[in-house]
Design a protein around this ligand. Structure first.
Ligand SMILES: Cc1cc2nc3c(=O)[nH]c(=O)nc-3n(C[C@H](O)[C@H](O)[C@H](O)COP(=O)(O)OP(=O)(O)OC[C@H]3O[C@@H](n4cnc5c(N)ncnc54)[C@H](O)[C@@H]3O)c2cc1C
Length: 542
């Protein structure tokens, strides 16, 4: 019997976990409370889905998580942004990198990602049930779980393993399934929000953006540098969003009311600015101050900063006083704003808080409190800054968990590279049959045959490292040229036909795992009718 797994939550993490688990032969069902799965993927990145970030060094990548950096380091070493790019490519979706490192599908449409995930889930045999909100869960004496669905009092669903991927807990109630099984929820507070500022002169600049500015909140000892955007309600842009993520708890404690300092010229300093003023006084003394902005400030922003410094619009460079110069420097490097609240950025919002990380084993994503219970995605107390980091955490935790369910058979799968026949028949040659047969020669020995994707992932995982090069050459082929027919679960004395479009560049890799302790014989035969001597080998495994 295949392992029966329920994934609660049809989001990014739930899908990656379910696909990977089903590819290992498990019987997987996703229960989704709404009428549509992958809704956040659909609306993400302004409809373009910022899938991940082009930062391929796991240690560096992990530093982008205000919560979860340490816990995610080892998972990222197993499945990084590079692996995400490869995963989507194998599934027919190419990603592109923007100047700031964010990665999107080349179609610039999140629907591409949604279709890809739906397709992969269908191919892997994942069952999806919509409008199924899991209301409560209990652990049975035999170690299984029993789930009750909202509004379906009579329907109870049992499973061997339970994976919770219900997303961020905006309200503590959203973490209730985890807490009912003994877990602690780190109190949820918002992350990735923008700052509400009433100053009319700032609001009049809505739409103005800067490549680089520095924002600081002295009361919380926070400082961030990056692009800044003036909005109709205050300030936004990566510098503000990053600050809201790193300072999510501190700013919550301040009830989102604090003094904000903005340095509009962070690449400069007061001394250099004064030198610039002197130059202008000499070279453009007759011109109005407001008409000669300092690079790289826009004319509108410069004018407002001059006025905010208390300098009259009619002032000419030649007439600027020492006191006015100092007031302007102050305004350029330390504009003070009173932040009166936060506004959720409609493009990106995550929750800081969730299932306490110390209660989860990050090698297996299994609960340390309730065996058989697993977690993935934003439900965990993990959140990243803006730029594709939140999805990457969902892909990584989901996939690593799903992939580990292969261990139901043996501790390590065996990888065979089936030898190529001496001569490859040409396309169109009479009787050409593409394929290879694989037989479990020993009675009813359970043999698990891994489909191509799972195999690909295992190789990526470091298994059989010496053959990685050769398999890597196949990467392309795995998705496109080589298609292995999916075989469900356990095989007895069965035969598997792997359909492949072989060419002489590749060997056909097959991953097999066996019930612990069993001794079996395998044989395989190349079945090319035109080949005079089919290769027929036997191999003793355990
Ligand atoms: C508007 C917006 C844009 C974003 N854009 C980006 C972006 O471009 N890049 C990026 O990296 N991150 C982005 N994020 C963050 C990212 O979407 C999330 O971090 C990510 O979706 C988390 O994935 P998840 O699978 O853990 O949770 P979710 O995607 O939230 O999925 C959880 C699922 O579980 C279901 N569920 C919850 N409770 C139950 C229950 N009891 N029973 C059954 N089902 C249940 C929910 O309905 C939901 O479908 C964005 C977020 C928002 C809100």
């Amino acid at each position: 019997m295949a392992l029966n797994i329920i994934v609660v939550g049809g989001g990014a993490a739930g899908f990656f976990a379910a696909i990977a688990a089903a590819e290992q032969g498990a019987d997987v069902t996703i229960l989704e409370k709404t009428s549509r799965v992958l809704e956040k993927v659909r609306i993400s990145g302004g409809g373009r889905c910022n899938v991940t970030h082009a930062c391929f060094e796991p240690r560096d990548f992990a530093t982008r998580y205000p919560r979860g950096e340490r816990a995610l380091l080892s998972p990222f070493q197993k499945f990084s942004a590079r692996d995400t790019v490869a995963w989507f490519e194998v599934h027919g979706v190419k990603l592109k990198t923007e100047r700031d490192g964010r990665m999107f599908p080349t179609t610039d449409s999140s629907e591409t990602i949604v279709h890809c995930l739906m397709d992969a889930a269908e191919k892997a045999g994942v069952n999806i049930r919509l409008n199924c909100a899991v209301e409560s869960v209990s652990k049975l004496a035999d170690g299984m779980f029993e789930l009750s669905l909202a509004g379906m009092a009579s329907e109870k669903i049992a499973c061997d393993k339970l994976l919770l991927a219900t997303g961020g807990c905006r309200a503590a109630a959203a973490g209730q399934l985890a807490t009912s099984l003994g877990h602690t929820l780190v109190a949820p507070v918002p992350s990735l929000f923008t700052f509400q500022i009433e100053a009319p002169w700032l609001r009049s600049l809505a739409g103005v953006s800067l490549e680089s500015a520095e924002v600081a909140v002295p009361a919380a000892k926070l400082r961030e540098r990056g692009p800044l955007l003036v909005t109709h309600w205050g300030l936004s842009g990566p510098a503000v969003l990053k600050m809201s993520a790193w300072g999510a708890r501190a700013l919550h404690t301040l009830d989102y009311k604090f003094q904000l300092l903005v340095n509009w010229l962070p690449e400069s300093n007061p001394e250099k600015i004064i030198v610039e003023f002197q130059k202008r006084r000499e070279a453009a003394g007759a011109k109005l101050l407001v008409n000669v902005p300092l690079f790289p400030l826009t004319a509108r922003l410069w004018e407002q900063l001059v006025l905010a410094a208390g300098i009259a619009r009619e002032t000419r460079w030649a007439a600027i006083t020492r006191a006015q110069m100092h007031a302007l420097v102050q305004q350029l490097t330390r504009t003070e704003f009173a932040v009166t609240g936060k506004s959720l950025n409609k493009d990106e919002f995550v929750t800081c808080g969730g299932v306490k990380l110390s209660e989860v084993n990050f090698k297996t994503l299994e609960s340390k409190i309730c065996p058989g219970l697993f977690f993935a995605g934003e439900l965990l107390d993990i959140d990243g800054i803006t730029g594709g980091f939140n999805f990457q955490a969902a892909w990584t935790t989901g996939l690593l968990r799903g992939r580990r369910w292969r261990l139901q058979f043996s501790d390590e799968p065996i990888l065979y590279l089936l030898p190529r026949p001496r001569r490859f028949p040409q396309e169109g040659e009479a009787g050409f049959h593409r394929g290879v047969e694989l037989k479990a020669a020993d009675g009813n020995a359970p043999v698990h045959f891994a489909p191509a994707m799972a195999l690909h992932q295992r190789v990526e995982d470091g298994f059989q490292r010496d053959s990685v090069q050769r398999i890597a050459g196949m990467r392309h082929g795995l998705g496109h040229d080589v298609q292995q027919r999916r075989v469900d679960g356990v095989l007895g004395n069965g035969k598997v036909v792997c359909e492949s479009a072989l060419n002489d560049e590749i060997n056909l890799p097959v991953a097999l795992s066996f019930a612990p302790g069993c001794r079996i014989m395998l044989s395989w035969t190349w079945t090319f009718p035109v080949s005079p001597r089919p290769s027929n080998r036997r191999c003793s495994t355990f």
